[in-house]
Design a protein around this ligand. Structure first.
Ligand SMILES: [Zn+2]
Length: 186
């Protein structure tokens, strides 16, 4: 009788271990599979931007910091509707900064009315502050512009601007913050 009970107990303990190991294996596989799918999604989906500089934040941190609309434009390559941005007809003298990180991007001295419906500049304060990325979305070949410091999406640059550069930096108002201060010293 004791022998049977012992065997029954051993069998139960063995079954529990087998089930536990099975659950751990299944859980590990699901975790791994989910991770792989997320990595593939990141590569395939150009709307998912990974911060490239020291300003690495989680998507949730960006969303909390920026709010839904700025997050949609800056972090998900969104576009504000034409003729709706707050800086389209803004003519004050000053500096336009990245709304994601505050770095100085454009001067009011280079702002012009392009008729496109978005704030337009014919030059950037410093070329190194803006990163250009080939954009083939929506059936077009365009050059996307991003803030080089936080990798926030700003808009696009086209080669149909006025002299002296011939460039048109077409920027979402919501990706910019204006201040009437002069350029800060670095
Ligand atoms: Zn930035």
């Amino acid at each position: 009788m004791r022998q049977i009970c012992y065997e029954e107990m051993s069998s139960r303990v063995f079954n529990i271990w087998v089930r536990a190991i099975f659950v751990i294996l299944v859980f590990s596989f699901v975790q791994c599979r989910t991770h792989q799918l997320n990595e593939k999604a990141d590569i395939r989906d150009p709307s998912i931007i990974k911060p490239i500089t020291q300003m690495q934040k989680t998507e949730q941190e960006w969303l909390t910091e920026l709010g839904a609309e700025k997050y949609r434009v800056l972090r998900q390559c969104g576009t504000e509707a034409p003729f709706t941005g707050k800086y389209l007809y803004h003519h004050a003298k000053g500096i336009y900064r990245c709304a994601g990180c505050g770095v100085e991007l454009f001067s009011s001295d280079t702002k012009f009315d392009s008729g496109s419906g978005w704030p337009s500049f014919f030059d950037a304060l410093e070329k190194s502050k803006i990163r250009k990325v080939r954009d083939t979305s929506h059936g077009m070949i365009r050059t996307e512009i991003r803030c080089a410091q936080c990798d926030g999406h700003l808009g696009h640059v086209f080669e149909d601007g006025p002299k002296p550069t011939g460039l048109r930096y077409c920027v979402n108002s919501i990706a910019l913050d204006f201040s009437s201060d002069s350029l800060s010293e670095h």
